[in-house]
Design a protein around this ligand. Structure first.
Ligand code: FES
Ligand SMILES: [Fe+2]
Length: 339
């Protein structure tokens, strides 16, 4: 096995990961993949239900079935399951024959947070507290609005995504059609430390390009705009960037990467901002979506897994934040916890 493989690591199964937008499961069923396992998600009476995407009868994918009256029916022989996993109907059975006890589904833990469904790949009784989902204080602040974006599949390994989000020396080279400023390639010395909330990272100032396509997001019309930023990670794979403009506008990005397997990821981001709520959400996020598309186009050209041994890649001072994330991620994989 590739020594850089991480998707079967048991330590990663102790966290919650975003796997779908809640509005996209209506009522489902939807197929999702997390850490090498396929799951089926559907909306039932009491909320969302998630189970391994394999029927206990002959292993058909339940996500190819249908949801009716909160129940999930298998496409193969019609066995039907309630939201708590109980097999409530075996169509071939005579009326007085009970359902076999092993016909029931094991339901996994799922929580809804920030408009997303977060899955922990453990039986519901063994999931960690959902307080380990990174806290974004602006969610409870009525001067901020939240904007969700689609959950995309990126054909790149999740550590490469996180490494990218912790890095800003690529801005002038990758973000050429958005905010990258080709005159600002030098990265100042960075001090890492705890940031507000559950994040660890750095603060910095950026003189960003502000093309007309960025005006709805920045609220500014000049060709360049000063941003005060912070970027930090929350283990295992989450990154938050905060952008403060001199106008008082604050734009928070939660960049969420979920390992489907070693080589592909879900990516979605959530925005909070304290504007006057007058500009439509689609216009606000179109610039950020264009930035994400630039990262995706770059990362999907980088093949294979990010080496977990830091010495296998060459890093310079500007890489200090991404190296620190990788160091803590490796420690987590080793079961040593983070520091
Ligand atoms: S395989 Fe699902 S009902 Fe037979
Ligand atoms: Fe980027």
């Amino acid at each position: 096995m590739d020594p850089n493989s991480f998707a079967n690591n048991s330590e990663l199964r102790k966290f919650w990961y975003p796997i779908a937008r809640a509005t996209d499961v209506n009522p489902g069923p939807m197929s999702v993949k997390l850490l090498n396992q396929n799951y089926v998600v559907w909306r039932a009476a009491d909320g969302f239900s998630v189970a391994v995407d394999r029927c206990p009868h002959r292993e058909a994918p339940l996500s190819a079935g249908s949801v009716s009256d909160d129940n999930l029916s298998c496409p193969y022989h019609g066995w039907t399951f309630s939201g708590d996993g109980v097999c409530v109907r075996v169509p071939s059975a005579l009326p007085d024959v009970p359902v076999p006890p092993r016909a029931h589904l094991e339901i996994l833990g799922v929580v809804e947070r920030y408009g997303l469904l977060w899955l922990c790949p453990q039986p519901a009784s063994e999931t960690p507290a959902d307080s380990i989902i990174p806290n974004i204080s602006q969610e409870a602040d009525s001067t901020f609005r939240r904007i969700n974006t689609p959950v995309e599949i990126w054909q790149t390994s999740t550590p490469r995504l996180v490494d990218n989000f912790m890095d800003f020396s690529h801005f002038p080279f990758v973000h050429t059609t958005t905010f990258g400023n080709s005159n600002e390639t030098v990265i100042p010395k960075l001090d890492l430390g705890p940031l507000e909330g559950d994040f660890y990272g750095y603060q910095y100032g950026v003189n960003a390009k502000n093309p007309s396509t960025a005006e709805a997001t920045s609220g500014e019309q000049s060709s360049f705009v000063e941003r005060e930023m912070s970027t930090g990670f929350c283990l295992p794979t989450f990154v938050r960037s905060t952008i403060a403009y001199h106008s008082g506008l604050s734009h928070i990005l939660l960049l969420l990467s979920t390992p489907r397997d070693d080589f592909s990821s879900y990516f979605t981001f959530v925005v909070w901002r304290n504007d006057d709520f007058s500009t439509p959400a689609d216009e606000i996020i179109s610039f950020d979506l264009a930035i994400g598309a630039e990262d995706k186009a770059m990362l999907e050209q980088v093949s294979g897994l990010l080496p977990l041994d830091l010495k296998q890649t060459v890093s310079v001072q500007a890489d200090k934040p991404s190296v620190e994330w990788r160091r803590q991620f490796v420690k987590l994989l080793e079961g040593a916890g983070a520091d």
